[in-house]
Design a protein around this ligand. Sequence first.
Ligand code: XMP
Length: 538
Amino acid sequence: MPTPAAHAETRQVPPRAASDEVVLVMDFGSQTAQLIARRIRDAGVLAYLISPDEPIDAIQARKPRAIVLSGGPASVYDKGAPECNPEVLKLGIPILGICYGMQAACVALGGSVERAGRREYGAAPLHRVPVMSDAGLLLDGIPEHATVWMSHGDQVANLDAHFDTLASTPTCPHAVVKHKKLPFYAVQFHPEVTHTPHGIDIFRNFLFSIANCRGSWSMADFLDRSIERIRKLVGNKRVLCGLSGGVDSSVAAALIHRAVGDQLTCVFVDNGLLRKSERRLVENTFRDHFDIDLRVADASEHFLEDLAGITDPQEKRRRIGHRFIEVFKREAQALEQSHGKFDFLAQGTLYPDVIESGHGHAGLSAGIKLHHNVGGLPEELGFELLEPLRDLFKDEARKLGEVLGLPEQIVWRHPFPGPGLAVRVLGEVTSEALDILRDCDEILLEEITAAGQYRTTAQVFAVLLPIRSVGVMGDGRSYDRVVAIRAVTSEDFMTADWARLPHDLLARISSRIINDVEGVNRVVYDISTKPPSTIEWE
Ligand code: XMP
């Protein structure tokens, strides 16, 4: 049994000159608050979300270079609407208010807010107003006429005594303003969304020309800070991590291992529904390369027994979910016998998962969340959740994975559904069908990778259809299985398009599958978009 490591001695991170610049994003409940933080990180400055209730001394203690006030769904005059603490505005730190953040701050600074003539949603033409002072810095380099993305029902009014107006739109006279005395700038539109083409330039002007940031932050800094935070939180306790082989849990495991070494144990459940090389890759990477205490629970037989005779996709998912929890729980209990108590359950929850499950920002460790594979386990086993990637978007987690030295096959891995190949063998899942599908899938991925199409696609997989079709093989007639190829491009998996793969690549895939995989005599290519189709077939 490994003893808790004196990680400070065994896992020294080489000292580096870390960036000390932090920008705080005060989140007034906007869907895009984390996107604001992300744009700032993209510009090379570390950004964290804070709540509007954050005490002023806690804000000062973080020594922020600047503060951004996010948008939000409320109207400033609503009962209970979040307020902008006037003390924040007096700190002398550059502040950028966005949409609701602009309105809340302008009210605190003596302006007022009124209902716009009509609710404005979508692209709007922004016209710059010439200004003589350095108030214009925020819009430096932005064309005189630019497009911005609006989403508001209220807007600021009666500002003239205290503010300069830097730009307006046909329906919003004060679309960009600067306080005459304070380093406070505000925009009614959303510079954080890609529909505002010069949004990133506005952030850069704010960060570098107004707040004098250096922009030297990188993912390596995030790594250092995360290690520090994890060590502080975990102390000498133990962490259990359910490793799926996907990007998120892999990055979380590698990060936590870097922080607390042998205090981390990972459990990988082999449910028999994995792709061909999946288990080997996880074992090679985590056990052999990172020297992580990795337990592989081979429960394939149990999963297959549960799936016998089941054809309904939701019932498949339900049974797989139940079995997963049962297996994981059994492993956790067995490990507690050999290792002692595990206090933390680590998960690779990313920011979009946090949004999806309706939880706000809560930092590294935030109560109990039930939407993941491990379901109600944290509660049942008395675990505290450890979610070190909660502030990151997927591509940021990938960057962190690269900094941690994870191999390319893991960092750039396409998503793979929890129920695995069970939802890609349409109809009943048998070990014979899984073997056929695994062989087809392996050929497909080999060809896609060899053609340089793995990184240009979001997901590529084979589906074994529950039908047979007629073919001719040699002199005889065959009546065999049909395999569908699904290859999609997608930004967020909410919408997807079918990948326009070169015809000669499709020809190679088809010919290799039909020649090499016994029992398959036909390959078809799925040319459906999502919506109305979904990415998976079941
Ligand atoms: P759909 O098929 O809904 O898929 O367009 C969107 C994304 O979700 C993945 N997916 C799942 N992931 N458990 C998972 O962990 C599931 O039951 C599941 N169903 C779909 C799918 O692979 C795609 O990335």
